[in-house]
Design a protein around this ligand. Structure first.
Ligand code: PSV
Ligand code: MN
Ligand code: MN
Length: 425
């Protein structure tokens, strides 16, 4: 199924009047605060967030997976799904593929289908946390960190193949997330595991094209519960620094121990020009992969606040914006629409912060004023601004409303069948 401009316009008709009223009211108050509304709208339009292929089907937990109906069973279906999201919100112009799950058969056909729905290819992800059928060596005791050279070689080779696949599609980044670690003290040498990881990454880095980034993801625990080789931003940063100018740290919001100050990590990485990008999601306890903004929206706002200051004040290169959320209960496409909206809301709110006033409050140690300035922006309902940016780009005033009214899922079920299932996590 392909959503057309007509479909979207038709879904906007009912909402247009009420939207206009809310937007005019907000625009006037922003204008009075000295903000340039059309500049804000342009910035909101420009923010594009890549959709991970593995989030398009219902996510599972280790206790089970309850597949939804009409899930994308093929790469073509996945691209079509991202095309649907992009038609609705004009904010997801790329997909992030996971290899081998998404290895294309016919590259030209895939590129053409993606082109038709105006979708490009963001970072490609390697997978050395699972064994594939017929694989000669096992990743059970680690991949890039494994104590056995033959296993490391296989994992390095896989990452090189992923780069080759990405090159054919027009990707510009490789994301490496490693499950490598130990579940028991003494299981492996902590120092050797790190050294092996570094030398394996060096091998992969050699094959990275000049205009590519290597995004090194970190995570404190799971699937290993005693130690993870790349456990935190410090380890990722250290590896990225040693690897060279094309390597960066990737911040997945769910990959921190509770109460970690993520915005501070973002600020530090930006200062060092080593922030590569994000995997957005939300969590209460661990790597919960919940809808972005569903649990800690203020944290998300504070991250965007650091990013906006960082864009102005540091020389950090452009970021890769990706979602990494997948859920067990909701329709995955609705879930993703909510995540994208939450990201853009936080971005828009952070754009409202009176930076000059904040700086002078900081300089005069006026803590009360500093807090008020941030919260004044955070407490502004920017949803009409967002809706206007999307409407002007040709998208839906309310994406979820349009998705439901246009019976998108029902159409997909008709086309793909009730029991069509996505591959992935
Ligand atoms: C596993 O924790 C994980 O969620 C990482 O965040 C990766 O980015 C993702 O899977 C895909 O490999
Ligand atoms: Mn991730
Ligand atoms: Mn994760």
């Amino acid at each position: 199924m392909k959503l057309t401009t007509d479909h979207i316009q038709q879904s906007n008709t009912k909402l247009k009047k009420e939207h206009q009223r809310k937007f005019d009211f907000l625009a006037e108050s922003l204008d009075q605060r000295g903000l340039d509304v059309s500049e804000l709208i342009q910035k909101i339009k420009d923010l594009q967030i890549a959709i991970p292929s593995w989030a398009l089907g219902a996510g599972g937990t280790r206790f089970g997976r309850f597949s939804g109906a009409g899930e994308p069973a093929t790469l073509i279906h996945k691209i079509q799904d991202v095309g649907i999201l992009h038609a609705l919100n004009k904010s997801n112009n790329a997909v992030s593929l996971h290899i081998p799950w998404d290895t294309p058969q016919d590259y030209e056909a895939i590129k053409q289908i993606a082109d038709e729905v105006q979708i490009g290819f963001d970072a490609v992800n390697s997978n050395t946390f699972q064994d594939q059928a017929g694989q000669l060596q096992s990743y059970k005791y680690g991949s890039l960190a494994n104590s056995e050279q033959a296993v490391r070689d296989l994992a390095v080779q896989h990452n090189k193949e992923v780069i080759e696949i990405g090159k054919k599609l027009g990707s510009k980044a490789l994301t490496v997330w490693l499950a490598d670690g130990a579940s028991f003290p003494g299981q492996h040498s902590l120092r050797k595991a790190l050294q092996n990881t570094y030398s394996s990454l060096q091998e992969i880095y050699k094959d990275l094209p000049e205009d590519w980034k290597m995004l090194v993801e970190y995570k404190p625990y799971e699937p290993n519960f005693y130690s993870t080789v790349i456990q935190d931003w410090g380890t990722s940063f250290l590896l990225a620094n040693k690897l060279g100018p094309k390597a960066f740290t990737l911040v997945d919001l769910g990959h921190h121990l509770p109460n970690t100050n993520i915005e501070q990590i973002v600020a530090t990485l930006m200062t060092e020009k080593k922030l590569g990008g994000f995997h957005f999601n939300d969590s209460k306890y661990g790597d919960d992969d919940l809808t972005v903004g569903s649990i800690k929206p203020y944290q998300l706002f504070l991250i965007f606040h650091e990013l906006i200051r960082g864009f102005d004040e540091t020389e950090n290169p452009p970021l890769s914006w990706m979602i990494d959320a997948s859920h067990n209960l909701k329709d995955p496409l609705e879930d993703l629409l909510q995540s994208v909206e939450a990201i853009k809301i936080s971005y828009a709110q952070a754009l409202l912060v009176d930076q000059k006033a904040l700086e002078s409050a900081q300089e005069s140690h006026d803590v009360t004023a500093a807090q008020d300035i941030l919260q004044d922006a955070y407490r502004t309902d920017v949803r009409p601004l967002l809706a206007e940016a999307i409407r002007q780009s040709g998208g839906a005033i309310s994406a979820i409303d349009a998705y439901r009214n246009l019976n998108v899922r029902e159409q997909l079920i008709k086309e793909r069948g009730k029991s069509s299932k996505a591959s992935g996590l």
